[in-house]
Design a protein around this ligand. Structure first.
Ligand code: NAG
Ligand code: NAG
Ligand code: NAG
Ligand code: NAG
Length: 442
């Protein structure tokens, strides 16, 4: 009798789970089918499909739930036009694009080509010419309109205006600019000024000063763009809901890295992050509360900075970059980390090449820190700077920029960075190729 009861119970338990399983399968297949149906309907109801891309069903997609599908669409729409994210062609055939109901907002991309990109820089001391060269590299290769936000000591404002206003009108049509004085929150202005080199902490306050700007690409003055700014701008549309900013690692090679060997404060990840190229969704920075090691309550950006400085001022070496590392150490989910070729520094080649992604695709953004554009320590970096600085607007870029640069780089092969300098021109060559093609067509 007992044996019979046991068997019966076992049977019932088995039957119960089978039914549960079948229901579950049914529900998930319905869910994904209705997802696709919605998408097709949406597509059909549109008069013109302005991106022109096809929406096709991909094998394997049926098993994805809504959330996964949306993530897939979000990544695909960018992958289509940003070469860095290019996926295998069979995956790219599915294009959910802006018309997808799964997209929360239009992507920065094909459709929103008039969306303006905001570029911020803080220029102090003898950085005028270097900053102008950075801005020049930004307009030379970009096709989308730019707005420059230039923070500078007062005596530099006129020099910036004088120089930018002499650029040819075809170039001037591509950008607007605003100059700002260096400012700090009134209460602690003196403290901020005293603690860092002039201007060094200005970038921390940009989300609070530029209240009407949604997103900003902040760069140091010693940055050179080797491809259009829109490429890095597109990372904004890859942000998941936690991300507020994006930066590159400070180092690829922990054995020669700084933070993990010397820092006396918390830092992000394995080797910290470098703030020389920093993409910010400032709307989110202003709205977010950040975990910290000063109080148990999360603090807004505004409330966070001063106590952070007070706590760590004796322990920080690189100023505001250290503070950013501390903030993102406690809020790692808020940071999107992009690969080293978006912020390529002498550290990546000085003892031999260690930026794997640059070896594959070339350098996208060059960062000549420690003054290498102006001394003889890294002639390959200096060569790129001088090539862009000396180039005259309107001349053929292949002949007047790329060619002299390649010749110059030949003379730098006695240095490790010189030996890696084909990586400096790999992407630049493609960029110039496509810019020239555009101008001859237009
Ligand atoms: C610059 O500003 C003017 C006036 O606001 C505007 O008409 C123009 O489109 C802007 N140019 C760019 C490149 O954003
Ligand atoms: C500063 O560094 C000292 C020495 O390494 C360390 O003992 C101290 O805890 C650090 N201060 C903070 C706030 O982390
Ligand atoms: C920045 O974040 C806000 C809030 O999440 C969002 O509305 C906005 O579209 C984002 N900006 C960009 C350029 O993605
Ligand atoms: C966003 O990505 C970060 C990694 O960059 C991750 O830690 C975080 O959990 C993600 N957030 C969401 C909501 O998926």
């Amino acid at each position: 009798m007992r044996c019979y009861l046991q068997a019966l119970t076992l049977c019932m338990v088995f039957a119960f789970f089978s039914v549960l399983y079948v229901f579950n399968q049914l529900a998930s297949s319905l869910e994904s089918q209705s997802g696709w149906a919605d998408m097709e309907k949406q597509k059909g109801s549109r008069k013109s499909y302005d991106t022109g891309y096809v929406l096709r069903k991909e094998p394997g997609v049926a098993g994805l739930n809504d959330r996964q599908l949306r993530d897939r669409c979000n990544s695909l729409s960018v992958s289509y036009w940003n070469p860095y994210w290019r996926l295998p062609p069979d995956v790219c055939d599915v294009n959910c694009f802006m018309d997808s109901p799964y997209r929360e907002k239009p992507s920065a991309g094909v459709k929103t080509s008039t969306e303006r990109m905001h570029l911020g820089v803080v220029a102090c001391g003898p950085r005028l010419e270097e900053t102008l060269t950075m801005l020049k590299s930004a307009v030379l290769f970009s096709t989308k309109p730019l707005h420059f936000h230039i923070f500078a000591e007062d005596h530099l404002h006129n020099s910036f205006k004088d120089s930018l206003n002499t650029w040819p009108s075809v170039v001037q049509n591509k950008f607007n600019y605003t100059t700002y004085p260096i400012t700090f929150p009134r209460e602690n202005a003196n403290e901020w000024k005293k603690l860092f080199k002039p201007c060094a902490s200005q970038r921390l306050f940009l989300p609070l000063i530029l209240k009407d700007v949604d997103s900003l690409l902040y760069v140091d003055t010693d940055i050179l763009f080797l491809q259009p700014v829109e490429e890095i701008w597109s990372f904004l549309s890859l942000f998941n809901s936690s991300h507020v900013a994006a930066m590159a690692p400070e180092h690829e090679e922990p054995r020669i890295a700084w933070y993990n060997r010397f820092a006396r404060h918390p830092y992000y990840g394995r080797t910290g992050v470098n703030s020389g190229v920093m993409l910010m969704n400032m709307t989110r920075i202003r709205g977010r509360l950040f975990k910290n090691d000063m109080t148990r309550v999360p603090l807004s950006w505004n409330e966070l900075l001063m106590p952070l400085l007070q706590k760590y001022k004796l322990n920080i070496t690189w100023g505001d970059q250290d503070l950013l590392n501390i903030i993102f150490h406690h809020n790692p989910e808020s940071l999107h980390v992009f690969p080293c070729q978006w912020n390529y520094r002498p550290d990546h080649c000085i003892y031999g090449s260690n930026c794997r992604q640059a070896e594959q695709d070339g350098v996208f953004i060059l960062h000549g820190n420690r003054g290498v554009y102006h001394d003889d320590k890294q002639p390959a970096f200096r060569a790129v700077y001088e090539a862009i600085q000396k180039y005259t607007f309107g001349e053929n870029m292949a002949d007047s920029l790329l060619l002299p640069l390649e010749v110059k780089l030949q003379t730098t092969t006695h240095t490790y960075c010189g030996r890696a300098s084909h990586l400096f021109t790999r992407r630049l060559k493609q960029t110039i190729g496509s810019v020239q093609q555009d101008t001859t067509q237009g």
